[in-house]
Ligand binder design. Structure first.
Ligand code: 0O2
Length: 267
């Protein structure tokens, strides 16, 4: 297979990865703009390198013509969550979408691999539009917690370093680290509700501050400058006090002032 054919093969997968990373990042934005806790913490994506594809094809005895049908992680998305519970919420979100269809799922969280690996894998069918028309692809989505991701990343590097010959003492350390990760996820789940509440109120406050500053900026263009400076000073005073209710009332009042100016400008 010539190099330009590889590019032709891989380009649609790169498009799928770009689109899906954008779409999952938008889910985070939607939650945050609504002042809600997002079950997705972070999204990354990658197209498998040609050398990894060749290595996998060789290991599994797949001919180059069959690569697309038999290697289902040429496009890979990784979704990182804070808590195990979030993983199942994300799986639900994905299953309800109309732009992808789950064709396979593997729950390595309830069925931890012998290595200690934990993660939730979905293979989805996803279509992209290319110059040659619509192309249906398979994409692997790995969903895991921050702690699971830490373990898997380290273990993956060690696997790469030692291939099939990982020293016994390192294997044992990884096994006990996997146990510690399991324990950490369990402990974190116990305080999930409190952390979610704290993050939610942080998001609400951040949104409120952003609205207030937008309003002040817009007022600066249309209102009396001294009045706007007075409003801004008042905002800083309330912000420094740290009283959430006072800030919320200030935000509502400022909305009314801004609406009044908008109405005036329409006359
Ligand atoms: P890479 O380099 O990450 O792309 P199967 O055909 O079911 O036997 P397959 O197709 O590899 O095996 O599926 P599986 O087991 O669901 O694994 C898919 C991906 O999950 C792997 O891709 C890894 O990314 C990750 N994974 C699976 N098991 C482990 C593990 O024990 N440790 C770590 N760190 N990651 C794991 P690749 O292509 O193997 O590797």
């Amino acid at each position: 297979m010539e190099i330009h054919l590889w590019r032709e093969l891989l380009d649609p997968y790169a498009l799928a990865v770009d689109e899906l990373v954008t779409k999952f990042n938008h889910i985070i934005d939607e939650y945050r703009h609504a002042g809600e806790y997002s079950p997705i913490e972070l999204v990354t994506g990658r197209v498998k390198t040609i050398s990894s594809i060749l290595e996998k094809a060789q290991k599994k005895g797949i001919s180059l013509e069959d690569v697309e049908n038999n290697i289902d992680d040429i496009a890979g998305i990784r979704i990182i969550c804070q808590f195990v519970e979030d993983i199942y919420k994300v799986v639900d979100i994905i299953k309800k979408r109309s732009d992808m269809t789950v064709r396979q799922e593997k729950d390595y969280i309830n069925n931890m691999k012998k290595s200690g690996y934990r993660s939730y894998h979905l293979i989805v069918d996803y279509a992209v539009e290319t110059l040659k028309g619509r192309k249906q692809l398979q994409v692997e989505i790995q969903i895991r917690t921050l702690a699971m991701n830490f373990w898997a990343t380290i273990e993956h590097s060690l696997q790469y370093k030692y291939k099939q010959n990982m020293p016994e003492n390192i294997r044992e350390r990884l096994t006990s680290a996997a146990e510690a990760v399991l324990q950490l996820d369990r402990e974190m789940s116990l305080v999930r509700h409190e952390i979610m509440e704290a993050q939610k109120s942080f998001t609400i406050k951040a949104n409120m501050v952003s609205d207030i500053l937008n309003n002040i900026q817009n007022l600066y263009k249309v209102a009396d400058k001294q009045e706007v400076v007075r409003i801004q000073d008042e905002f800083f005073r309330i912000y420094q006090n740290g009283d959430h209710n006072e800030l919320a009332k200030f935000s509502r009042d400022l909305d009314l002032i801004s609406a009044r100016y908008r109405a005036q400008s329409l006359r």
